[in-house]
Ligand binder design. Structure first.
Ligand code: HAM
Length: 409
């Protein structure tokens, strides 16, 4: 028996229906904010992902050489591809640009509940604005999308500029490692790494103090003295907008984000019921375009971990009624005609392809959870009618063929 590769999943119809139902809601909401869908290739030049994060990221992604020796990678996320697309195809389009995407991503991670090697992201990128209104818009959008699923979650907003300003005199490699340890909340690892990297005592102390700042917007006052006024003013401006909506959030200045490209506001959304992998959305303000040969365009965006929200969300897809057409050998032609007519009327209709007798067709109809069985018998057909059995009540009636659609819908 050949099994699927580690960290990947199969989806059966029930689950796919639910995923599609979630996807439809997300698309509708993103589109209602003026976002339009883009799609990019599943694999890209490896460089697209190493250019900002360095070669060490290669350990975490599916990188390979093709038959001509090109270095390629399966996309670990969609922000860098979206920015590449923007520079390649859209740099002259009117700004800001509002894009959304839904696609599979690949990371070479240690699989566990909620963490896969192939997973799906639904995300948006708002390209071309550096204003706080843009950040507010993407946060509100993420919030609305998740609220539409009736799940409970916790939105936390931070600003990487604050930790970065503390690490201003630390070289980039070290500060990036420090940010990653903060992101992982590995504070023991952080303490020993900062000692090892000879980070000055006062800087270490400040890193710990700022990472611990978490609460209502008043914690911004406590951050004064650790960073320039600008970052705090920015977050205050963002809070002003968010406070004029019903959106609930907390400020968490310890949010460092795992990816290196963030430059300002960052946010993460967590949900219960997922165990350790409870982050269902992450995003923030970043600059990437200039690294890919374009101008330095300010952008902001987020991605929702689709597999994680699907795991906790209880919505069920609206299914059309399922009808089984039961035929006799001498009514095959009529039963196929009736089936087509009902399909056109919006019902889901299946008919026998196994050569089963009537009794077994009926029991199969119950086995697959059909709502109705339509029994197409020669005598009744000649009278312009069929037998309709309601499989929930077991009651059977004779219904005129020209009233059948109305009867079933
Ligand atoms: P990220 O935080 O790396 O950000 O991923 C976004 C979301 O994808 C996470 O919050 C999580 O729910 C989900 N996710 C990540 N890794 C896995 C995994 N191995 N299995 C299942 N779900 C996973 C980004 O990727 C950024 N590109 C987001 C962004 C867009 N920032 C600006 N624009």
């Amino acid at each position: 028996m050949i099994e699927r590769p580690r960290g990947t999943r199969d989806f059966l119809p029930d689950e796919m229906e639910k995923r599609r139902a979630i996807e439809v809601r997300f698309r509708e909401i993103a589109e209602s904010y003026g976002y339009r869908e883009i799609a990019t290739p599943t694999f890209e030049h490896l460089e697209l992902f190493t250019i900002k994060s360095g070669e060490s990221i290669v350990e975490e992604i599916y990188a390979f050489k093709d038959k001509s020796g090109r270095d390629l990678a399966l996309r670990p996320e969609l922000t860098a591809p979206a920015m590449r697309l923007f520079i390649n195809e859209c740099s002259v389009m009117p700004r800001p640009l509002r894009f959304y995407y839904f696609g599979n991503c690949f990371r070479y991670e240690r699989p566990q509940k909620g963490r896969y090697r192939e997973f799906w992201q639904f995300g948006v990128e708002l390209i071309g604005s550096e204003r706080v209104e843009a950040d507010a818009e993407v946060i509100i959008l993420a919030y609305r999308m998740l609220k539409s699923l009736n799940i409970n979650f916790d939105l936390q907003i931070g600003h990487v500029g604050i930790l970065r300003s503390i690490l201003e005199n630390v070289d980039e490699e070290k500060s990036s490692k420090i940010m990653r340890l903060i992101d992982k909340k590995d504070y023991d690892g952080l303490a020993s790494y900062m000692d090892e990297a000879k980070i000055p005592e006062d800087v270490q102390e400040n890193v710990f103090q700022v990472s611990a700042l978490h609460g209502g917007r008043e914690v911004l006052n406590e951050a004064e003295g650790f960073t320039g006024r600008e970052n705090l003013q920015y977050l205050n401006g963002l809070c002003d907008i968010l406070d004029s909506t019903e959106i609930e959030y907390t400020i968490n200045l310890g949010i460092a984000r795992g990816l290196d490209y963030y430059t300002g506001m960052v946010f993460e959304i967590y949900a219960e019921g997922l165990g350790a992998q409870k982050q269902i959305c992450g995003g923030g303000r970043y600059r990437l375009a200039h690294l890919f040969g374009g101008e330095d365009v300010p952008s902001t965006g987020f991605a929702i971990g689709f597999d994680r929200v699907s795991e906790i969300c209880k919505i069920s897809a609206e299914r059309r009624k399922l009808v089984v057409i039961v035929n006799f050998p001498d009514t095959l032609k009529e039963s196929l005609e009736i089936a087509e007519k009902l399909r056109s009327a919006g019902l889901r209709v299946v008919s026998d392809v196994m050569g089963r007798n009537v009794r077994r067709q009926l029991s199969h109809a119950s086995d697959i959870g059909a709502d109705y069985a339509i029994i197409v018998g020669k005598k009744e057909i000649n009278e312009g009618a069929v037998g309709v059995k309601d499989l929930h009540t077991g009651i059977q009636k004779s219904v005129a063929i020209n009233e059948l659609t109305e009867y079933l819908t």
